[in-house]
Design a protein around this ligand. Structure first.
Ligand code: ZN
Length: 249
């Protein structure tokens, strides 16, 4: 219709009307584009909310996993320090406690995995990260992604050089065969009777060296990985709470 009117005005050489027709068309296109941009923006804001809400529940779940794991590993680290003090003669002991013995023989077990949050993976791989408007949250997501690779590398290096104490020193220490799963509770550990011969340990320089090295590895995992991971999750959680206007008891 606009075209027919335009042709009619052109034939009549009514240049003012022709000019007006052109302006109407241009304004129409402009408004159409604006509405499209506005709609896309609105859709992105809705998507951003969905992503942030998902990320929120993933971060909360991860905190619930990492917090007790770190606490348990710190207890293990503390009891290995006690063992080293006994080896050094700074601490008196006739025998090792169940926790101290457990800590040595399981010191090469690193079951804690770097947690990949599905929403972060999706945002990064789909190139949709720009949907997140909060620069602080965006920076945290990018940073977490980079740090994850560093943690994985560190854990893999530590794993490669770990010592299996029970296999390497069967005459000095051994598992209680009643242990079916790797218990993380004190009651579970105290209920078992792992075998640790303190006198033989004290006499073996290689054994003591291996305990020292295992202790340092656990300390590295606790400080450079688990503590860092937990703090990052907690920071991110606070920022998402603020962004979504959430508050927790
Ligand atoms: Zn929250």
């Amino acid at each position: 219709m606009i075209l027919r009117r335009f042709m009619k005005h052109a034939k009549e050489q009514n240049w003012f009307a022709v000019g007006l027709d052109v302006i109407v068309v241009i304004v129409g296109i402009f408004l159409g584009l604006q509405v499209q941009v506005w709609n896309e923006g609105r859709k992105e804001r809705v998507d951003e909310k969905i992503y942030l809400n998902r990320l929120h529940s993933e971060v909360l779940k991860s905190i619930e996993i990492v917090e007790p794991a770190l606490k348990f590993k710190q207890e293990k680290q503390a009891s290995l320090y006690e063992v080293l003090d006994i080896f050094l003669g700074k601490k008196e002991a006739e025998a090792l406690t169940p926790m101290q013995c457990f800590s040595i023989i399981t010191s090469g077990v690193y079951s804690d995995q770097v947690i990949s949050l599905p929403t972060i993976v999706e945002l990064m791989t789909s190139g949709q990260l720009s949907i997140i408007q909060n620069d602080d949250i965006k920076a945290d997501i990018i940073d977490y992604n980079i740090t994850q690779d560093e943690w994985r590398e560190m854990i893999s290096d530590i794993r490669d050089s770990r010592v299996n104490f029970v296999r390497k020193y069967p005459e000095i220490n051994g598992y209680d065969l009643r242990m079916k799963t790797m218990s993380r509770s004190m009651e579970g550990i105290n209920a078992l009777n792992h075998y640790c011969d303190l006198d033989k340990m004290k006499d073996s320089v290689p054994f003591k060296n291996d305990v020292l090295s295992a202790t340092n590895k656990i300390a590295a995992i606790n400080n450079a990985f688990l503590t860092d991971e937990l703090n990052r999750f907690k920071n991110l959680h606070q920022k998402i709470d603020k962004e979504l206007g959430l508050s927790h008891p």
